[in-house]
Ligand binder design. Structure first.
Ligand code: SAH
Length: 395
């Protein structure tokens, strides 16, 4: 225990930590005892030298990601407790043994008290994504812990951290299996089938976080013509078709994504489906399209990765939503999302409000959406609520 280095905060800078917020910003640090390395476990002390927290150090604006506010060992038993806690929540919400849904998030960073760590389960495969050097340093422990947790049910663990580890950490990691080898890549979600490519796809292969919202799209799709923009694997498209949409157009700028949608539609419904997948820029497509739709889904990538580009991001959302409001058929339903952590729920809603004003349409809010329960939000870390959505009825 004695060899854990101390980070001493400037006076008064412990306040957010006293409210259990799990980040220490570099600007809050007064001094360090020694020279902590990237990913090293450190103690955080207040200006008077009292212990506040223990976490992973990183050379970035978030300098420490807190693992515990207690003076406890971060050992095998500690990790086991964390994994059990995460699993217990997924079991409580009915995801661990669900024949209709074989993919879910097991560990959601701060939401599970494990900042910097994402673990998604696809059938028998666990996909690990580390976002911090500290978590990456423990990837073997994490992998072994998860395999043990599932008692033989998880037969492969894939490390997909290349795109998420901080560049500055200098870690030369290559994605790959750290346990077992490639298993079945066809998963079910609410009874719908999807091919998930965790080796080469975006995120861990699938946008698990839209599960509940996809279900809602399915519920309203009957008899409607649907435009699914930024469709990626076509999650919303498959649910819309299952829900009885009269026609679905799926648009993505990536030709690989468009291939995937076609594949997933075929997987569920075979040939001769009222569906077309189109490779195009969604902004251009929606601006130029000459037909209206009864339902439009806007699920763009995070426009604002940082607060610095927030203004541009909000302009992007406004432009996109204005066009959708202008073009959607009378009585149409618009599903509009933002997955930017830097954009607050309020800002997103105000932006969509401005877009509605510009379009001059009469708009009512039917639902306010967020991420599903396997992406829990630590109440002390409001930043964890990143997915925001509105379902709007447009007259
Ligand atoms: N709705 C998807 C997830 C969207 S991810 C789902 O439920 O799974 C964002 C997608 O937007 C990516 O597939 C990316 O290729 C695509 N994309 C990014 N910029 C785009 C643009 N300008 N026009 C169309 N698609 C774009």
């Amino acid at each position: 225990m004695e060899d854990i280095k101390n980070i001493i905060l400037k006076r008064g800078k412990e306040e957010s930590l006293m409210r259990f917020h799990p980040w220490v910003f570099s600007g809050a640090i007064h001094s360090c005892d020694g020279d902590p390395q990237e990913g090293e476990l450190v103690n955080v002390l207040d200006g008077s030298g009292n212990f506040i927290a223990r976490g992973h150090f990183q050379n970035s604006s978030i300098a420490v990601r807190v693992l515990t506010f207690a003076e406890e060992n971060i050992d095998g038993e500690w990790w086991r407790r964390k994994f059990m806690g995460a699993y217990g929540l997924r079991k409580a919400i009915g995801l661990t043994d669900n024949p209709n849904t074989a993919c879910y998030r097991l560990i959601h960073g701060e939401g599970d008290g494990l900042p910097g760590l994402i673990v998604d389960i696809y059938n028998d495969t666990a996909v690990i994504q580390t976002h911090s050097a500290g978590m990456y340093a423990n990837i073997r422990t994490i992998s072994e812990g998860i395999v043990k947790l599932y008692d033989g049910k998880i037969t492969a663990v894939y490390d997909k951290s290349t795109g998420t580890l901080p560049y500055k950490s200098g870690i030369q990691q290559a994605d790959g299996y750290i346990f077992g080898s490639r298993q079945s890549d066809i998963i079910v979600e609410n009874g719908n089938k999807f091919t998930v490519n965790w080796e080469h796809g975006q995120k861990t292969g699938f946008f698990i976080d839209q599960r509940d919202n996809r279900e809602l799209v399915g519920k309203y799709a009957a008899g409607r013509t649907v435009l699914n923009t930024f469709c990626y694997t076509g999650g919303f498209s498959v649910y819309a078709l299952r829900g009885g949409a009269s026609h679905v157009d799926s648009v993505d700028s990536s030709a690989r994504a468009v291939e995937l949608v076609d594949k997933n539609v075929k997987l569920n419904f075979g040939e001769n489906v009222p569906h077309e997948a189109i490779t195009a820029d969604a902004f251009e497509f929606i601006k130029r399209m000459d037909k209206g739709y009864d339902m439009i889904i806007l699920d763009p990538p995070a426009f604002a990765k940082h607060h610095k580009v927030l203004g541009n991001a909000l302009q992007g959302y406004k432009r996109l939503n204005t066009t959708a409001f202008t073009k959607i058929n009378k009585g149409g339903i618009l599903f509009t999302f933002s997955c930017s952590q830097a954009v607050s729920r309020e800002q997103f809603r105000n932006t969509v409000f401005s877009a509605a004003v510009i379009s001059g349409r009469k708009v009512r809010i039917l639902h306010q959406l967020t991420q599903p329960a396997d992406h829990p939000v630590n109440i002390y870390h409001p930043e964890g609520e990143y997915l925001k959505g509105l379902v709007l009825y447009v007259e």
